[in-house]
Design a protein around this ligand. Sequence first.
Ligand code: PLP
Length: 392
Amino acid sequence: MIEQTAERIRLLPRYLFAEIDKKVKAAQDKGVDVIKLGIGDPDTPTPGFIINKMQQEVARPENHGYPPDEGLKEFREAVAEYYERRHGVKLDPGREILPLIGSKEGIAHLSFCFTELGDNNLVPDPGYPVYGISTFFAGGSSQLMPLLKGNGFLPDFHLIPVEAARRGKLMFLNYPNNPTGAIASREFFKEAVDFAVEHDIIIAHDAAYSEIAFDDYRPLSFLEVEGAKGVGVEFGSLSKTFNMSGWRIGYAVGNAEVVEALYRFKTNVDSGLFKAIQSTGAEILTGPDMEPFVKELRQVYQERRNVVVNSLQEAGWPIEPPKATFYVWAPVPVGYTSQEFVAELLEKTGVVVTPGRGFGKHGEGYFRIALTVSKERLKEAMARIKDAVSFR
Ligand code: PLP
């Protein structure tokens, strides 16, 4: 790193997966057929109805200039229609919805809008790393909220120290949850709203996996809970729902003042999303093709989940099938750290999974399997794992 590098870059945590990446490369060089269950990026293509619409939109010259800072009205109205249809939540497209270049962008920028030097953000651990890193970039510190099995991988608000709550600015929540696959109930969200009101904290609920759910379970929006719009926003994404992770389209919805702050920040650091993508997004959320596509996608992940969970259970793993997300979160056998187990698994089987420690210190003792390869490849991976290791 050159000496001019700013501290905020120097102090970034070391890339935890670098060592595993090296081992993967070495195994592949030796000719091992490596099966990668590490990264959670949808493996099936963006569906044809979306590609077709995008092709038309790309060809329209009026889409080629800078988009309006607040996003296309058409897309904001489509998000409002989707929220009302799916969640029964009414949103004002003029004040309560902001298009994002993927939800990650908005999540990261939110910290800059509300976190002053020395402030605390309440950050789930294990969790999506952007919550903690953006807090750090903005000069704040993270008060970790452990997500433990005993509490259904939900934070226990009673355990947050009073002083940390007093200095708290933002609370990040994420259900359905990456990496644990856990889900949140209405009661939990209500408790979160009450906590936020009591301590004057803004809630940022990350709902990136809101449509990836199984067995007739349909995740709630945080905004369905009374009082939620008074204290926070929800982030949504088209990445996982429509196999569009490379397209970069998401949104923030909810509290008008929080949305306004994010809007003000964004107008100074980016110039919004390609209009063709926003028009396509509008059609996706309001058109007739959404439901059948998502239904099929859920079925695909559900079958994959069943393959993994059944195999791990047969090999002695004490796990339950997750009700949502495309992740399976499983404990490592006794005597290993998560990194040791992942390294040994790769060596013995050629299967790559993610060590729980990569999601924070409370992720230690677990590993995450992403269901983003075909059922056949997953069966192959599970057969290798069952041959080589068992939970005990
Ligand atoms: N939130 C969570 C929990 C995620 O796992 C991801 C992506 O992996 C994101 C947000 C970012 O999604 P997007 O593609 O909308 O930026």
